[in-house]
Design a protein around this ligand. Structure first.
Ligand code: PHE
Length: 352
């Protein structure tokens, strides 16, 4: 039997929505647990629970690796696959989330995630102050996806420096899987920096964006194995499976999708194939770094952005350690997380 790694897990039938509301607090060791609220369809609510458990542990790693004085948590509203979710029931689910969050008295704060946006944070915010990324008009820092994208691009600079000796994107080819809010911003930033792009999305309406950016379009089934310098997984998790690795035609994989590995051993396999994989929890930290810097630590836009850009140094450090030890970047990143969780930083330093 696996032991319980989490501090607290709440599963409640939302009194307004009737939907399973799951809040997993993985760790408050470094400070208040933070993690977004995911509204997603699952065949069984237990799949949503499993997602919340994995994603909240990922948040602990994400926040620790970036040197933030926060722990990891996550909220999942598990919508049955057969259910139709009216706007009213959805708003009820968000208020159900707000009620659970407020009952935790600040041990956990939520934010946006897959399936939720700043307007939803405003509804959660009717019941709790512990919610990030409300619309700016309501005093929040708004949409976090451009900042998540900026962080991924910073991670890409580090990966390109390591692989090609230069962080210049001019003439490099990037394959972007998923042009949602984060993937779309990444593609725009890369195109603006002179990169070539091959892109894909399950939504064919995204072909317009591809055209606008001068990117070539690939079918969703082909993008992961497209020939490119760097592959950017920006859709859902679990895409890097064992049998995919020998078919990959990229030198590095760096993207924001959470939990990209279908199983942990894929990190070793990628390493054996000479493909650099930057752990998703490092590459995707920009959104949460920005929101916490501005809303919790009251930093200016410029210093919050600088903090997001510092992902480049974190990734450089991880890739350097990986090269020195011959171990995977995933291992080097875990070492950094372990080190941060072990070392009691003065809070003041971390908050600065
Ligand atoms: N979805 C974000 C992530 O996975 C979580 C988040 C963003 C939480 C912004 C708070 C603020 O990192």
């Amino acid at each position: 039997m696996a032991s319980l790694e989490h501090e607290e897990v709440i599963v409640r039938a939302g009194p307004r929505s009737g939907l399973p509301v799951i809040v997993a607090i993985h760790s408050t060791h470094l400070g208040q647990a933070v993690g977004g609220c995911r509204i997603w369809r699952y065949p069984d609510w237990r799949d949503g629970l499993e997602d919340a458990l994995r994603l909240s542990a990922g948040m602990t790693a994400k926040l620790a690796v970036c040197g933030l004085a926060n722990g990891g948590g996550k909220t999942v509203v598990a919508v049955p696959e057969s259910a139709t979710l009216s706007a009213e029931r959805r708003a009820g689910a968000l208020r159900d989330v707000g009620e659970v969050v407020t009952s935790l008295s600040g041990r956990y704060a939520t934010g946006p995630d897959v399936g939720t946006a700043p307007a939803d944070m405003a509804i959660i915010g009717e019941l709790t102050g512990h919610v990030f990324c409300k619309p700016p008009a309501l005093g929040g820092s708004g949409d976090s996806s451009p900042h998540t994208a900026t962080g991924v691009v910073a991670a890409l600079r580090a990966a390109c420096s390591r692989t090609y000796g230069s962080a210049d994107f001019g003439g490099r080819l990037f394959a972007v899987s998923g042009l949602g809010s984060v993937g779309g911003h990444i593609a725009r930033q890369l195109a603006a920096a002179g990169a070539s792009l091959v892109v894909s999305d399950i939504d064919t309406e995204k072909k317009d964006l591809a055209k606008e950016l001068g990117a070539s379009w690939a079918d969703p089934g082909e993008i992961l194995t497209a020939e490119a310098d760097v592959l950017i997984p920006a859709a859902l998790g679990g895409v890097l499976a064992r049998d995919l690795v020998p078919r990959l035609r990229c030198a590095a994989i760096v993207g924001p999708a959470n939990n990209q590995l279908a199983e942990p051993c894929v990190a070793d396999l990628l390493h054996e194939h000479g493909i650099i994989w930057v752990p998703d929890y490092v590459a995707s930290a920009g959104g949460v770094i920005y929101a916490l810097s501005v809303e919790l630590r009251h930093q200016t836009h410029a210093s919050a952005l600088a903090r997001v850009q510092a992902i480049e140094q974190t990734v450089t450090q991880i890739l350097h350690a990986s090269q020195q030890t011959g171990r995977t970047p995933a291992h080097a990143a875990q070492e950094l997380v372990r080190h941060r969780l072990r070392t009691p930083f003065p809070r003041r330093l971390l908050n600065g």
